[in-house]
Design a protein around this ligand. Sequence first.
Ligand code: SF4
Ligand code: SF4
Length: 441
Amino acid sequence: MQGLLKLFSKKPLVPLLADYDPEIHQLSDPDHVVIPLVYPGRVRYQPTVEVGDFVSKGQVIGKSRIGNCVCASISGKVTEMTSIWTAQSFYSAAIVIENDGSPGMPAYERFDGPVSTNDLKAAMDRLRSAGVAPPWAMSGREYLEEEKLPELPPVTTVVITGVRQETTILTSQLLLEQQADKVTEGLRCIGELLPDARICLTAPEAHRNWAATKFEGLAEVVFLPEHYTGRIEREVVSRFLGRRIPNRESYRFHGIAVLDVEYLLAMVDALNGTSPFTQKCLTISGSGLDKAVTVRFPLGSSIRHILASQGLKIDDYTRPVVGGPMMGFAQFSDTTPLTYNNGLHLIAEDVNPFDPLAPCINCGRCTRVCPVGIQVHLVNRIIEFGELKNARALQPEACHECGLCADVCPAQRPIVQLLHFCNHEMVHGERYNWITGDNES
Ligand code: SF4
Ligand code: SF4
């Protein structure tokens, strides 16, 4: 009876952080970094250095086919070109640099002073060379191998996220608060570079008393609540636009550029000629920490280096998750390098594995919580029985994979995995039988 009652007890929606450290802590340089070169759907770099070369922090070590660069995040010797399993669960070519303690390349050697934001081409070239690929020029075009790049429509809306959708990640809101003047400079730069674009900024509700005035005239500011359901990025962007962009389509193909505050600040540094993009902020949250801690680390630092900075180690956790608890990726090795990641959420408790055969009890919670109104339990069961054609009629492709349905499911069904599989099949034409675990020919 107790077990039955527990099944029906209301689960809380996405835990909020109990407390956090408002400082951003600078981490020391690790003894080595591993810098991935491939970001599927976004950009693919070719190395511009070879094994045995000595590189300085800030030096270009890889370039994409249209000139976007990736820079060394520490100084030292290139010891290996290798292939790694990344934190986002794909293989990538990567460059390994062993730290030799030598100083980084001074900004005056790297850049020829500031560039004018009235000269779009010069600004784009600067951003590219500084490792800050202009967000309005991207869209996965660089990842494609075809000779001809697809045309992009002009940017009509820029959305800058001052709040991350995962409630455990504080990078954007801390930077927004602590570097508000530099954020206004960044908003002015975007306004000058893209004079015809509408500029929108999200900020935490808690910043309302000062942020509305601070950014007035530079951006339309929308304040987002503490809870995850009000912060899901695709939902927030659709609020700005008054229409939805299909999930499988890049914003950029609809004239929209979305970037976060940290990226905006990196653009300011690059345009001013102050520094290339070599470091990233990330919030560590979860078990073993009294407060969530935000750190700034050299790109390509390992999970081990980041955990060790707080006196933590991977053996104490069942699930370190890169990203947040709702949309992050579980990690199984602490040697995995982190680059453009915003959060590391640590779970130490026992985690019940999903049971692919767990029966749905038709409680309807998943459907009630779904922000895009998918009939989640229905579509799940159709997918489970391999009826993908019928599932399509229920528009599973609208799924953001936000995880809310799985979070409330008392039967702990693998709901998001089933939807992900279905949508993957719809895009890539692969067929897989969930019940037998076989690929169908
Ligand atoms: S993950 Fe679940 S709740 Fe979120 S959009 Fe998809 S079906 Fe809806
Ligand atoms: S999938 Fe889970 S939440 Fe949805 S109806 Fe079934 S048991 Fe309830």
